[in-house]
Design a protein around this ligand. Structure first.
Ligand SMILES: C[S@@+](CC[C@H](N)C(=O)[O-])C[C@H]1O[C@@H](n2cnc3c(N)ncnc32)[C@H](O)[C@@H]1O
Ligand code: SF4
Length: 359
């Protein structure tokens, strides 16, 4: 089984905080990209593999003509073994997601839609230079539901200067969201937000306030039957993202498009070039992971997920390590037979715990 990722690197404008590989381009530029993408998929190996999930991400897949993404999905379906129940997601920005587009996606076979909402506070949306309003975000979710999507996800950002993330989550759930991703706002190098922070124009909350908000959000979502299955991801029963879960559990995946990554499920990873010239020349970079890198990845990804990892799946002896024993004793790590997971109380400091465990 493999997951398939397709990168659509276009946006209507760049948001101040975003460092993703995306840019604003006209239709003829986009047509060249889709033509190449189409060829990349048609000529790849691995066509006999059964597909467990397909994910169109970006950038903003909803900002291009819906027929373009529908066509690429049709190429994937013709090339690979895609079963009827395969999860097929499209990432959408509420500013570019009309009812008509949503219908086209649904009829093309997409069965999951993920909206970049970020906040439902109109001032915060302006601060983030988003092109949509609170009303548009809620309408987009309602429209997705109206055309038949059951599996609807929304992204929210933690660590914004203002707004009420609990009330936002409540409204998103009432509108029909079955899955919520809540990411800590990262101040990325090279973004306008970084300059705004330097100039003292972005009054971001301190870590304690953000952690407090995160904890309140976790509690709120739990009370509303949203299971926290990964540090930043919450879903009602039956609505976990199969695609992301496959990444976190070390399944094989194929990435198509600019900068897309692939993994053979064992030890080989490769990536398309990040710039268009090199991508069009089909330049790729690849690496073969050593045993210790594979182990570290299993532990790191496992501890971010509610299921954790199995000691039998890692080939070095963690049980002899003093830090590991101490973390079990202090109930930072929870062990049930060979399965080890991070106590959710410590999710917000997971990075330092993982580093200590692997040092
Ligand atoms: C590719 S975007 C989603 C689709 C669409 N481009 C949009 O923004 O509506 C994926 C998600 O990454 C998250 N993201 C992007 N930049 C981020 C940053 N600097 N810190 C935290 N999350 C970020 C946002 O929540 C965003 O919704
Ligand atoms: S957050 Fe989404 S819409 Fe904004 S620039 Fe990044 S990819 Fe584009």
């Amino acid at each position: 089984m493999i997951g398939i990722y397709v990168h659509i690197p276009f946006c209507e404008s760049k948001c101040v905080y975003c460092a993703f590989a995306s840019f604003v381009k006209d239709e003829s530029f986009q047509s060249d990209y889709f033509e190449f993408l189409n060829k990349e998929i048609r000529t790849c190996k691995f066509e006999d593999r059964q597909v467990s999930s397909i994910y169109f991400g970006g950038g903003t897949p909803s900002c291009v003509k819906p027929e373009k993404v529908a066509e690429i999905l049709a190429v994937i379906k013709a090339k690979f073994n895609v079963l009827g129940n395969t999860e097929i997601t499209i990432e959408c920005n509420p500013c570019s997601t009309s009812l008509e587009k949503l219908k086209t996606y649904y009829l093309a076979g997409f069965n999951r839609v993920s909206f970049g909402v970020q906040s439902l506070d109109d001032d915060m949306l302006k601060f983030l230079s988003r092109r949509h309003t609170k009303a548009q975000a809620l309408d987009a979710i309602k429209n997705a539901k109206a055309v038949g999507f059951e599996n609807i996800s929304a992204d929210l950002l933690l660590g914004l200067p203002a707004g009420d993330i609990i009330s936002d989550a409540e409204k998103l759930i009432s509108a029909g969201a079955k899955h919520i991703s809540a990411y800590m706002l990262q101040v990325e190098d090279g973004t306008p937000l970084k300059d705004m922070v330097k100039r003292g124009e972005a009054n971001l909350p301190n870590d304690d306030q953000t952690v407090d908000n995160y904890q309140k959000l976790v509690d709120f979502l739990q009370k509303n039957r949203f299971l926290q299955y990964e540090i930043s991801n919450f879903a009602l029963n039956g609505f976990k993202s199969k695609h992301n879960y496959a990444y976190w559990t070390g399944q094989a995946y194929m990435g198509f498009g600019l900068g897309a990554h692939s993994f053979d499920g064992k030890n080989r990873r490769w990536a398309n070039a990040n710039n268009l010239d090199d991508y069009y020349k089909r330049k790729i970079t690849q690496e073969v992971l050593s045993d210790s890198e594979i182990n570290e990845e299993k532990i790191m990804l496992g501890l971010r997920c509610s299921e954790g990892f199995n000691l039998k799946d890692v080939s070095f002896n963690l049980e002899d390590k003093q830090d590991f024993k101490q973390m079990i004793e202090d109930e930072i790590l929870i062990r049930e037979k060979d399965q080890v997971r991070l106590n959710p109380k410590y999710y917000e400091i997971s990075n330092s715990i993982i580093l200590k465990l692997l040092s």
